[in-house]
Design a protein around this ligand. Structure first.
Ligand code: PLP
Length: 396
């Protein structure tokens, strides 16, 4: 028997990827499965981005780059922060990584010691707690519900803070809830954080442009600029430009910690793929119209899906502010279904009975809910709703 580290035994594989592979398995076995579990846009990567990558290959940009990214890409990221977010950074404050996931992983490994606490609002992106555990930190979860649109209050944050709190994570618009914090809500949270100068903040802005509040995007740093010296802005091209497979994310923050994150990356993966960096450069510097087109499609699907879900028995769904997820409560349906006691069992019934794959809310720290991704065509969504309706109307 191999002896595995306690580190790896403390974590679980990504449940969202697990649902996707379970659906693929059933599909391979000949079953007709609709996948609403995936965390990636269904659109193809825009052509001008692909062309830039092809050109990079032809031009021989196929070698190591600096660990923290090419100077050209870092320059484009600095310009993006200035243009879209009004934030100033220099090159020593930017680290390009192989996806947003690696950005957070680097941050956790560079900042946490055993027993350090990291405050994570639920429902959360599945990977935060596990990455904190790998770094031997302790995830401290703040629970929320539909009453506050799945957002934490300043009082809840205050209550969660202890002497061991090292990092506070905020993701808006949120995977999985689809909710975004307003400027005022962020200011109120910022007021709490101002009182605790030893706490670092990570704002995960991965879904920044996929937003339909009618107000400009803002993050905690826009709301509370005093936090600049201890805030990390995490972003990337995966979701905004439909580039999940290219694996490019980036982080901005205090140079000392960014340097430490770079050191970790230099001893693990080195630079992100040179070709992907050329593609990301084209994404950030090119015409942004492609983003708007995708967001328009997401919004139409969102509007359809929220309405349709609310017509299902035992399902309640709030309108979201952005992303390509909705996070309805299935509590009523769970209670009405014989032999089903929680969201995980409900997801199984929907997978086996309706052929619809979705991710149970407990994966995100919010049992009783389901995450549905609408990064899929409207016809597919309609089919999925019809199938769920059949199953739920039968049992309720
Ligand atoms: N942050 C959030 C909130 C996400 O939902 C994801 C992807 O699912 C990521 C970060 C990581 O994105 P990637 O590593 O694919 O760039």
């Amino acid at each position: 028997d191999f002896k595995l580290s306690t580190r790896v035994q403390a974590i679980k594989p990504s449940p969202t990827l697990a649902v996707t592979s379970k659906a693929a398995e059933l599909r391979a076995a000949g079953q007709d499965i609709i996948g609403l579990g995936a965390g990636e846009p269904d659109f193809d990567t825009p052509d001008h981005i692909k062309e830039a990558a092809i050109l990079a290959i032809r031009n021989g940009q196929t070698k190591y780059t600096p660990v923290d990214g090419t100077p050209a890409l870092k320059k484009a990221i600095i310009a993006k922060f200035k243009r879209d977010n009004g934030l100033d950074y220099d090159a020593s404050q930017i680290l390009v990584s192989s996806g947003g996931k690696q950005s957070f992983f680097n941050l956790a490994l560079a900042t946490l010691n055993a027993g350090d606490e990291v405050i994570i609002p639920a429902p959360y992106w599945v990977s935060y707690p596990d990455m904190v555990l790998v770094a031997e930190g302790i995830p401290v979860i703040i629970e929320t519900n539909a009453d506050t649109r799945f957002k934490i209050t300043p009082e809840q944050l205050e209550e969660a803070i202890t002497e061991r709190t090292r990092l506070f994570v905020i993701n808006s618009p949120s995977n999985p809830s689809g909710m975004a914090y307003s400027m005022e809500e962020l200011q109120a949270i910022g007021e709490v954080l101002k009182k605790y100068p030893d706490i670092m903040i990570a704002t995960d802005d991965m879904y920044e442009p996929i937003l339909w509040t009618g107000k400009p995007f803002c993050n905690i740093l826009n709301a509370t600029p005093e936090l600049y010296e201890r805030t990390f802005v995490l972003n990337g091209v995966s979701k905004a430009y439909s580039m999940t497979g290219w694996r490019i994310g980036y982080a901005a923050g205090p140079a000392a910690v960014i340097g430490a994150m770079k050191k970790i990356q230099s001893q693990s993966t080195s630079n992100p793929a040179s070709i992907s960096q050329a593609a990301a450069l084209a994404a950030l510097e090119g015409d942004q119209a492609c983003v708007g087109e995708m967001v328009k499609a997401f919004k139409e699907r969102h509007d359809y899906l929220v309405k349709a879900l609310n017509e299902l028995p035992g399902v309640e769904c709030l309108e979201g502010d952005g992303t390509f997820y909705v996070f309805p409560s299935f509590q009523g349906a769970i209670e009405a279904t014989d032999g089903v006691f929680d969201d995980v069992e409900m997801a199984e019934v929907l997978l086996k009975g309706a052929g619809v794959a979705l991710v149970p809310g407990s994966a995100f720290g919010a049992p009783g809910h389901m995450r549905l991704s609408f990064a899929t065509g409207m016809e597919v969504l309609k089919d999925a709703v019809a199938r769920m309706s059949k199953v739920l109307n039968k049992v309720t």
